[in-house]
Ligand binder design. Structure first.
Ligand code: CLR
Length: 387
């Protein structure tokens, strides 16, 4: 039923919200939403989804040749999708509206070493507020792996769904044992947020995404697989989460490997039937130090009272604390403008065009043909000295 997932007292406010997204295109984060759809988690925490299976990440470094490395990267990538796109439904009951990070907001974490896989470290910084852009750097120094990327969104509304175009890309750099490195350009799929009328939004992935290796191997992931249809060809629609992927060798369009399945459950090698990914096992959440020891701009400290308000249903507290943060931000921007200064980023530097994107994007005719990026400049020690 329409509005099924909406608490009775918030039905009017949900209708108003839905009306506002229907006639809106751009930055959804700025719209006021009813309390039941608010998440107590800031978008700066989302890059952690890239590494919740640290062993699969580390395994990329153990692959022995170009082809196996590309397979290992694809396996790790597909295995992150469940966390990236379904974990709010699992944890919070439906997709929710994350807290909109402030400029300079930070999120640090790590996954400890275990069975020789090495420690993986996470640095996230909100590098832009309008539009919201989040930059991240995830590294496993022991294994010689680093993932650098940024994430922004363009949203529009189409036949009952929110369509989210992901802006940004990620580059995975693998240090090779014999010296030298291999790079992987990772593009991001489009999202459709369905279930809006019902008040229980969830994400479906659409279109294609790519993982282009500097070795020439290319993975093409297709999220439009047609197996999502049930008896009589009716679309099951709800939560199909199918994908098909093909891996092609340098300079060829002939697949060397094909995979298909459900990215939130299991997938297989299409030719042999052998298991490719299985994400039904528990994932490992990022380790984060205690809030009491965080700096003021670290996400969980900055938002702690807002988050408590949302979690405990004290929406008055949440909105009062949110206004405080927003007013303080406005004042900061005013002061900077008056002084002719700009907020200094801590870890990243913006560049107009990413040479890796340019170089590797050509190999599969990436659109757009050029993209800006945020280069990771400065690290910090892990685990935090205070932990
Ligand atoms: C951020 C980057 C992550 C993957 C990811 C997952 C969920 C996306 C999020 C990104 C961006 C913000 C997002 C969210 C789902 C809902 C939310 C699009 C792409 C929007 C702003 C909120 C819409 C409000 C409805 C829930 C009503 O790697």
């Amino acid at each position: 039923l329409p509005g099924e997932g909406v608490p009775a007292a918030q039905k009017t406010s949900w209708t108003t919200f839905v009306k506002s997204i229907v006639s809106f295109s751009g930055d959804l984060s700025s719209l006021t939403a009813p309390p039941f759809i608010l998440s107590p988690i800031s978008l700066t925490e989302f890059p952690a989804y890239w590494c919740e299976r640290p062993a699969l990440f580390a395994a990329i470094a153990d692959a022995q040749d170009e082809k196996s490395r590309s397979i290992a990267v694809l396996k790790w990538f597909i295995s992150t999708l469940k966390g990236q796109y379904t974990s709010r439904n699992e944890k919070l009951g439906s997709e929710k509206k994350p807290l909109n990070p402030v400029l300079g907001e930070l999120f640090y974490g790590y996954w400890p070493d275990h069975n020789g896989r090495g420690q993986t470290n996470l640095v996230v910084e909100q590098v832009s507020h309008h539009p919201p852009i989040t930059a991240y750097y995830i590294s496993n120094p022991t294994k010689g792996l680093a993932l650098q990327g940024h994430s922004a969104q363009k949203t529009s509304f189409s036949s009952g769904s929110i369509v989210v175009k992901q802006i940004g890309h990620a580059v995975l750099t693998v240090d090779l044992p014999g010296g030298g490195k291999e790079e992987f350009l990772i593009t991001l799929p489009r999202l459709r947020i369905d279930g809006i009328w019902y008040g229980s939004p969830y994400i479906e992935l659409t279109g294609l995404s790519y993982i282009q290796s500097s070795s020439g191997w290319l993975s093409t992931i297709d999220y439009e697989a047609k197996e999502g249809r049930g008896y009589f060809g009716f679309s099951i629609g709800a939560k199909s989460h199918f994908f098909k992927a093909v891996l092609t060798p340098p300079g060829s369009t002939n697949p060397a490997k094909k995979y298909d399945g459900l990215w939130h459950e299991t997938s297989k090698d299409s030719d042999t039937g052998e298991v490719f990914t299985d994400v039904r096992t528990p994932k490992e959440e990022v380790t984060v130090g205690p809030v009491e020891q965080m700096a003021d701009f670290e996400s969980r400290k900055l938002w702690q009272h807002v988050a408590r308000g949302i979690r405990e249903g004290d929406y008055e507290l949440a909105s009062r604390e949110k206004s405080k943060i927003e007013n303080e931000q406005r004042q900061r921007r005013k002061d900077e403008q008056a002084a002719g200064t700009r907020w200094p980023l801590k870890h990243f530097e913006h560049i107009e065009s990413d040479p890796v994107y340019e170089r590797l994007g050509k190999l599969f005719n990436a659109t757009p043909t050029t993209e800006d990026t945020y280069v990771f400049m400065r690290n910090r020690d892990f685990p935090p000295a205070t932990a």
